[in-house]
Design a protein around this ligand. Structure first.
Ligand code: TXE
Length: 469
């Protein structure tokens, strides 16, 4: 299946990955169409900033309400386009609305300061940046778009969203719902185009003030380098290889029960996937027994069935990539065989299916234990004590998320401080909440989304001194 063509004037075949069925064919924006969207966004800037704060908040609330009213339609669209279970899509669309409500409430609360200085009065303003390009991946298309749209619009920016070429459908609907809510034309633009053409053009465009990027570390690197030419502001939310650390004193049943969702959720196509399970040696056998049971219970199948917990991968191309981490000779650098210990079930027939797969024990030097796979593959590695757990958890170039399972509160806090990642959870695998900041350290990127922290990513402080002499 060829999911997308690229280049100016091309067309994109948008595919349902669970069935291989063609959903729609869309024209791809080239450089010219991208420039036109940026021009509309520039023009809309003064219009949007002239809307009184309370009215801007009302418009964002109305937009949020529109999302709620069309939630089922949006959820079905997301499931058809991404292949994710409908239960997940419903949660993610609910999150889109919650994000918009949250930032609607922030419009008139992101205030400046007065600063004590000699000779006059000094005050600060949090000013919008201008046109923000939101470059979005295919794993959570609507949710991740909203994380950028919400705070950017609330603080008076205009936004051009470039969804992934594989999954543009919900972004287009969100733009329509914003217009229907009364958000002025041009304030929220969507450019459906390929990364190397439309995405790259947004990054180099002199009228784009900031790029908010979520995607692979490799592309993030090129975005950051290209943004240097115009000194563009950049925030990057990139990959991860997060650790799920299970101590011997943990509630093992609970940890094992939660583990599949922590790594196989969204078919593992989640930057926060807990794809490295670290298990303290005294409970290795017991935990592996429990994990085998919970993997066997993990329901893979038709994404439109509300009981389904995992659907297919986003594309058939991804099957080969995910499969390349397993098999004979893949135990590099030793070249041994990477043979899974547990392999779950997948439906027969068409679709980009890949079974939930657990490699245990895995050597920490193997590629399967080091690289982001972005598929439903977990490795399990034994450790001996707290220090060893910290060493293994931090033995990665990434630093996005992680979990610590223990009944010892002091240890939980010591570990949470010692693991070098932006988002940690104790006795839970949840990383993302609307009210709290989200983002990475090291090569997982920088800048924070969500929470009140995101407002700083879309504004700059202007300082004004007024002499009273
Ligand atoms: O990401 P890309 P892909 C990781 C994950 C996955 C891998 C590849 O490991 O397997 O990345 O996914 C746009 N200038 N993550 O190929 O290519 C592109 O069109 C500007 C982690 O989908 O990084 C899309 O809109 N933009 C991750 C977006 O960048 C460019 C989420 C992301 O695509 C561009 C997704 C360019 N030169 C993948 N090239 C996470 N953090 O959750 C591409 N794009």
């Amino acid at each position: 299946m060829s999911e997308a063509s690229t280049g100016t004037g091309g067309r994109m075949r948008v595919i349902n990955p669970a069935t291989g069925e063609l959903l729609v064919e869309l024209p791809l924006a080239g450089t010219e169409e991208t420039d036109e969207a940026v021009a509309r966004s520039v023009e809309a800037g003064p219009v949007w900033r002239a809307v009184a704060p309370a009215d801007r908040a009302r418009l964002l609330r109305r937009f949020a309400t529109g999302v709620e009213e069309h939630a089922e339609e949006l959820a079905r669209l997301e499931t058809a386009n991404v292949g994710k279970p409908i239960a997940d899509s419903r949660d993610e669309i609910a999150m889109v609305a919650e994000v918009l409500h949250f930032y609607a409430g922030a419009v008139d609360k992101h205030r400046g300061d007065t600063v004590p200085v000699a000779g006059g009065v000094d005050l600060t303003f949090h000013e919008p940046l201008g046109v923000v390009a939101a470059i979005v991946p295919w794993n959570f298309p609507a949710a991740i778009a909203s994380w950028k749209i919400g705070p950017a619009l609330a603080t008076g920016n205009t936004v051009v969203v470039k969804p992934s070429e594989l999954t543009p459908l919900t972004a287009l609907r969100l733009r329509d719902l914003a217009l229907e809510a009364g958000v002025p034309p041009g304030v929220l633009e969507v450019v459906v185009g390929s990364g190397p053409v439309a995405g790259a053009r947004l990054v180099e465009h002199p009228d784009v003030a900031k790029v908010a990027f979520t995607g692979s570390t490799a592309v993030g690197r090129t975005v950051m380098a290209a943004a240097a030419a115009t000194i563009k502001r950049v925030t990057l939310e990139l990959g991860g290889k997060s650790a799920n650390i299970v101590f011997a004193d943990a509630d093992l049943e609970r940890a094992a029960d939660a583990a599949p969702a922590g790594v196989f959720g969204n078919a593992g196509q989640d930057c926060c996937a807990r794809s490295r399970m670290l298990v303290e040696r005294p409970v290795w056998d017991r935990f592996l027994d429990l994990l085998g049971d919970s993997v066997a219970r993990w329901r893979v199948g038709d994404p439109t069935d509300p009981r389904t917990q995992m659907g297919p991968l986003v594309s058939t191309d991804r099957q080969a990539v995910v499969g390349s981490f397993l098999g004979s000779g893949m135990g590099d650098p030793g070249g041994g065989d990477v043979v899974p210990r547990f392999v779950g079930q997948v439906p027969a027939g068409p679709g980009a299916w890949f079974p939930p797969t657990v490699v245990a024990p895995a050597d920490p030097t193997w590629r399967v234990a080091r690289e982001e796979i972005f598929g439903p593959v977990a490795v399990v590695i034994p450790f001996d004590g707290e220090e060893d757990a910290v060493r293994l958890a931090n033995d990665t170039t990434y630093g996005l998320a992680g979990s610590i399972w223990t009944r010892d509160g002091a240890r939980a806090l010591r570990m949470a401080r010692a693991v070098d990642a932006g988002n940690l959870s104790v006795n839970s695998n949840g990383s993302v909440r609307v009210q709290t900041s989200f983002g990475g350290r090291r090569q997982s990127g920088f800048g924070r989304e969500l929470g009140l922290e995101a407002l700083a990513a879309y504004t700059e402080v202007k300082n004004v001194f007024v002499s009273t002499a």
